[in-house]
Design a protein around this ligand. Structure first.
Ligand SMILES: Nc1ncnc2c1ncn2[C@@H]1O[C@H](COP(=O)(O)OP(=O)(O)OP(=O)(O)O)[C@@H](O)[C@H]1O
Length: 366
């Protein structure tokens, strides 16, 4: 059972599953008003739906070919659900997921399997995502076999060696088991496994958050080198803003299932406009003591509302220091362009930027 979420998508590109001729620079991934709502079940047989968790609630974005899109936001804001829906591991409740001009939202069976081969996922927790009883060789071959790419004999063996070398592991790793590796090496195995089927898109969900800081940069560099070498497109999901800044060309900030701000990475970090983004960034310590002492800190009041009961109006209004009664609690702002390629879902983005809006953070500097 799915929650009624509005009229079906009548875009012809979406309906015929193919798509009209589009410019050569069309994005590899396009999400159009994507919603993923999970039913909340009650009753002995869990047969009553008593509500809906709005895990992803109307997200539109584009990921350009060969680029890295970083998705940030605190735990529970819907990042992983969005990532899984891009891979069609979750089904959209409404809206669409378009890969290379082809709408996958309602695909199933063989066509979906073929599309899935073009995309792979790298997980946070390699210990649980890699079967401990399988050697690296068997893990990689399994990935190839699942997509009919195990050619057998010397060619497969050569391919496996190439993959390991691409992620900086020796060929001897083939005969070892996941628990014999360090966290960073295991993540390299996870990346090699994802690359085995030559995907175009890799969704990396918290790819380094289980690793020591010293190892994080190494793994991120491996991802970047592979992107250069194979022209990969990445969706990198992370709660850590520093990680996203390190790798992303473009960044989207999620809050309660919605995209509240999106822009090129440098712009977002230098001039965050949405109050939530500003609060997130203001919580990141700065290494220089003079800057650290005087920087603005925006403390958010209240808890994250439940995605099963999102607030009226702006999703962020219950915690926003700039909240304007009568507007923010009434009307949900759609993301709109406030600078080149810089979209913000806030009624007052420009006035907050210019410092002309009454209110603002109660927290003091220092
Ligand atoms: N299969 C599911 N059934 C019901 N609710 C779900 C399901 N998957 C996720 N949710 C809920 O959807 C919301 C978004 O979860 P999601 O895991 O996407 O967020 P997240 O930002 O990735 O958080 P985290 O970083 O903690 O994984 C949460 O409230 C979560 O409990």
């Amino acid at each position: 059972m799915t929650e009624p979420t509005g009229p079906p998508n009548t875009d012809p590109a979406v309906l015929d599953g193919g798509g009209p001729p589009e410019p050569a620079d069309r994005p590899l991934v396009e999400l159009r008003d994507l919603r993923v709502h999970f039913p909340i079940k009650r009753g002995v047989l869990l047969d009553r739906t008593v509500g809906w968790v709005h895990a992803v609630d109307g997200v539109s974005l584009r990921i350009e070919r060969g680029s890295t899109y970083g998705l940030v936001g605190e735990s529970g804001c819907g990042k992983s659900t969005l990532g899984k829906t891009v891979l069609r591991l979750e089904k959209p409740s409404s809206g669409s997921v378009v890969l290379d001009g082809i709408d996958m939202s309602r695909m199933s069976g063989e066509p979906l399997r073929r599309m899935r081969r073009r995309m792979q996922m790298v997980f946070q927790d390699t210990l649980s995502s890699l079967d401990p009883r399988q050697s690296v060789e068997s893990l990689l071959v399994e990935g190839l076999r699942a997509h009919g790419m195990d050619e057998g004999g010397g060619r497969t063996e050569r391919r496996l060696r190439e993959l390991l070398s691409a992620v900086g592991l020796p060929a001897s790793a083939l005969r070892r088991y996941p628990h014999e590796f360090s966290g960073g090496q295991r993540q390299r195995v996870g990346i090699a496994r994802a690359l085995a089927v030559e995907p175009e898109l890799v969704v990396a969900d918290e790819p380094v958050s289980a690793l020591d800081v010293s190892v994080q940069a190494q793994v991120l560099n491996v991802l970047r080198d592979l992107q250069d070498e194979y022209g990969l497109t990445y969706l990198v999901i992370a709660h850590d803003l520093a990680v996203v800044r390190h790798v992303a060309d473009r960044v989207g900030v999620m809050y309660l299932g919605g995209l509240v701000e999106e822009s090129d990475s440098d712009e977002l970090y230098e001039q965050p406009l949405h109050p939530y983004t500003r609060a997130l960034l203001s919580a990141v310590p700065v290494p220089e003591p003079e800057v650290e002492d005087s920087r603005e800190r925006i403390l958010l009041s209240g808890d994250l509302p439940s995605p099963a009961d999102p607030p009226s109006g702006c999703l962020f209004q219950t915690r926003c220091p700039w909240r304007q009664p009568g507007v923010c609690d009434v009307e949900r702002p759609e993301p709109r362009e406030v600078g080149e390629g810089h979209r913000v879902a806030c009624h007052y983005a420009e006035r907050i930027r210019d410092g002309t809006l009454p209110g603002g953070p109660a927290a003091s500097a220092g």
